[in-house]
Write a protein that binds this ligand. Structure first.
Ligand code: UGA
Length: 435
């Protein structure tokens, strides 16, 4: 199969490289000439474990290439995937579809033979209809089927998620479209991954409903964590105790500082807007958005509380800045409102993250950045674990105790057991644990 992937962001690059690895002929297209030049040199613009090797192997095998020219690859392709960004529109929370529509018009102008145009970007229900209309308007003779094929990969685990998905959702009622997409994903169906064929609008809604449900699950357990603190229960055990019920499941029940990233915050807000546009109301999702935003802001107060509610002239060491481990992504990271709040309360902040320091400097230019966890902790009044990178799971605790000014640890990811730290003489605050 010949595939053109429009957009070399997270989804486009990972999907393009994985499709090439299945044996398809893939060209990734992006308007950003500097990015394409870097990709042609073998430089990967995002931090994703395993992606550099996957790209290199497939480029070497001549199954994957990169270009700024959209027309050529689209004319050749049997399937064109639109994987451009759909950021939150400033001001109103709607998804900004201008990149999707611009791509649709450009694709339309270059289509030659029968082509399946597939939206992979997360797009509001009905976007496929508009893409189809725009293509028809720009090139009335184009023989196209427009399908929706949402992506469910997680940053940091993207390649594994792509190659071993729980399901693949293909939204089109057109038989020719189903055949082309079925052929593209055949290697995965051999791995037993269910291919779910459905209508286009249903596929578009599945993506938002999945992310909103996961965000709801996290927000639910975060609120139960707050209650656990008040009633003297341990959220880790509450989560396990409910999660072992198969109807609930143990995943996405890890309490923390609130969800962040490029997907959940944007998609939950957009889903609320989609509902409003259709005279419906999603009260649960609306609450999830508000509760999560408030939670992220409340984390600074939690740290202040661990230091006797006074942060004047205190030095706080922050471990982990990215919104989750194994990524350098700082978008909507809980570390941002946390650090801003700590500074507003008069604290001096030092931070270390294994991957996101460059990104973080843009968001948080006025703090001190350290080379590792120990130089960060040296002389600090408290250590705050914000992102659960593996390297923060086995810190040399006696060493930390020796070098810190005060042995106070605030563990916003429940990486450590309270008793373990307390035995060593630390004052420990976790999430949803009453001690
Ligand atoms: C999320 C979804 O998990 C993917 O299925 C989806 O494809 C993707 O969005 C997307 O729409 O593109 P991602 O944002 O990469 O993936 O990261 P997650 O691993 O889902 O984590 C999101 C946030 O939730 C992080 O801030 C994480 O720390 C938080 N989280 C997650 C918790 O606080 N507790 C949990 O138990 C799980």
């Amino acid at each position: 199969m010949r595939i053109a992937m429009i957009g070399t962001g997270y989804v486009g690059l990972v999907s393009g490289a994985c499709f090439a690895d299945f044996g398809h002929q893939v060209t990734c297209v992006d308007k950003d000439a500097a990015k394409i030049a870097a990709l042609c040199r073998g430089e990967i613009p995002i931090f994703e474990p395993g992606l550099d090797a996957l790209v290199a192997t497939n480029v070497k095998a001549s199954r994957l290439d990169f270009t700024t020219d959209l027309a050529g690859p689209v004319a050749e392709a049997e399937a064109v995937f639109i994987a451009v960004g759909t950021p939150s529109r400033r001001g109103d929370g709607h998804a900004d579809l201008s990149y999707v529509y611009a791509a649709a018009r450009e694709i339309a102008a270059s289509i030659r033979d029968f082509t399946v145009v597939v939206t992979k970007s997360t797009v509001p229900v009905g976007t496929g209809d508009e893409v189809e209309r725009l293509i028809g308007e720009t090139n009335p003779s184009a023989d196209v089927v427009v399908a929706s094929n949402p992506e469910f990969l997680r940053e940091g685990a993207a390649i594994r998620d792509f190659k071993f998905p729980d399901r693949i959702v293909i939204g089109t009622s057109d038989e020719r479209g189903r055949k082309v997409l079925g052929d593209i994903y055949r290697p995965l169906s051999l791995n037993q991954a269910p291919l779910m064929f459905t209508e286009r609008r249903t596929a578009e809604l599945i993506k938002y409903a999945a992310n909103a449900f996961l965000a709801t699950k996290i927000t639910f357990i975060n609120e139960i964590a707050d209650l656990s603190e008040k009633v003297g229960a341990d959220i880790q055990e509450v989560a396990r105790g409910i999660g072992l019920d198969n109807r609930i499941g143990t995943k996405f029940l890890h309490a923390g500082p609130g969800y962040g990233g490029s997907c959940f915050p944007k998609d939950t807000r957009a889903l609320v807007k989609i509902a409003e546009d259709h005279d419906a109301q999603l009260r649960i999702v609306e609450s999830v958005v508000t509760v999560n935003d408030n939670r992220k802001r409340a984390m600074a107060r939690k740290v202040a509380h661990a230091l006797g509610d006074n942060l004047r002239n205190k030095t706080i060491a922050v471990l982990g800045l990215a919104f989750k481990p194994d990524t350098d992504d700082m978008r909507e990271a809980p570390s941002i409102p946390l650090i801003t709040g700590l500074r507003d309360m008069g604290a001096k902040v030092r931070a270390f993250d294994p991957a996101s320091m460059k990104e973080a400097r843009r968001e948080l230019p006025d703090i001190d950045y350290c080379d590792d966890a120990y130089s960060c902790a040296e002389g600090a009044d408290a250590l705050v674990i914000v992102t659960e990178w593996v390297q923060f799971r086995a810190l040399d605790l006696p060493r930390l105790k020796r070098i810190m000014k005060q042995p106070i640890v605030v563990d916003l990811r429940n990486v450590y057991r309270p008793a373990e730290l307390e035995e060593l003489g630390f004052a420990y605050t976790g999430i949803g644990r009453s001690q």
